[in-house]
Write a protein that binds this ligand. Sequence first.
Ligand code: CP
Length: 310
Amino acid sequence: MTLQSRHLLGLEGVSREEITLILDTSESFKEILQRPIPKVPTLRGKTVVNLFFEPSTRTRISFELAEKRLTADTVNFTTSSSSVKKGETLKDTIRNIEAMNIDMVVVRHSAAGTPLFLTRCVDAAVINAGDGMHEHPTQALLDMLTIRERIGKIAGLKVALIGDIAHSRVAGSNIRGLLTMGAEVMLCGPKTLMPMFVERFGVHVTFHLEEALEWADCLNVLRIQLERQDKGLFPSIREYHKLYGITLERLEQAKRDVVILHPGPINRGVELDSDVADSDYSVILNQVTNGVAVRMAVLYLLSGGNPSIE
Ligand code: CP
C-alpha cells in the first residue's frame, strides 16, 4: 500500500486506508525517535526546501527536524531574507530554487491554493504546511495520531472543534480527516466564526459550549485568529472567554473525562485557561512530539518509501 498522490495538499480525497498508513508509519518513526541515535538514512541524497511565507514555530521546526532525522539535505527559506522583498514572484522563486535540484517542497503561505499552484510550476513533491484558511493536513494527522494514542481509536469518537472555525485551516483538515476515519465531529463557536453553509459538512453544530462539553470525548480548541479576521466578529476578548473559554470549572461541571487538544500557539486566558493547558486533560505537548513522527512518515511515504521501516 502506498499513497495515491505524490503531493500532500490536504486531506480532501485522502482515503481511510491512506490516513491509517500514515498514522501506522508515524508510530514506527516514533519508535526510531526514542533510540539513542534517532536517525535513519531513509532520505539520504534527497533535498527538501522549507518555504515559509508565514510565521511558524511548531510546523517549521518539526519539518526541519523530521528531514534531519531522515538524513535529507534541508534548506530553509523565509520571506524576510529573500528576493521576494525585491518583488520576485512566487513562480520565479520556486522555479529558481528547483533549478538547484530539489526533490521536495514544504510550503506555508497565507493564500489558499498556493501548494496546488506550486505543483503546476515544479516537478518536486509538494507538502502543504498550511495554506490560508484552507488546509493544514499534517496538523490534522498529528491530532489524529495523538487521539488514537490516548484513547486507542478514532472511529466512533466524538470530537468537538471549538472556537474560530471559519478562519481555521486546522479545522478544515480535521473535519475532513476525522469524518473519513469514522469519528463524529461537532463545531462549536459564535455564529460569526462559523463558515458559511456549515450544515453541508456532515457535522453537528452548536453555539453553546456547554452542549459541546456534554457531548464530546475530545475537544480541539482553536486559536482566535485575529490576523485573519475583520474587526467586530465578537464584542471583546473578555466576552469570548466568558462564553467559549475552556476553564477548569467548566470541565469539572461537565463531569466528563475529555481530552484537550490545541494546535498552538495558544492564546492563554482567551480560548484556553493556563491551568487547563497545563493539566492532565491536555495532550498539547504530545501533539508537538507526534508532529515530528508524522512529518517523517509523510516525507518518507511521498518519497516512495516502502511502508516497512528498518
Ligand atoms: N500548529 C501550527 O501550525 O503551529 P505553528 O504556526 O507554530 O507552525
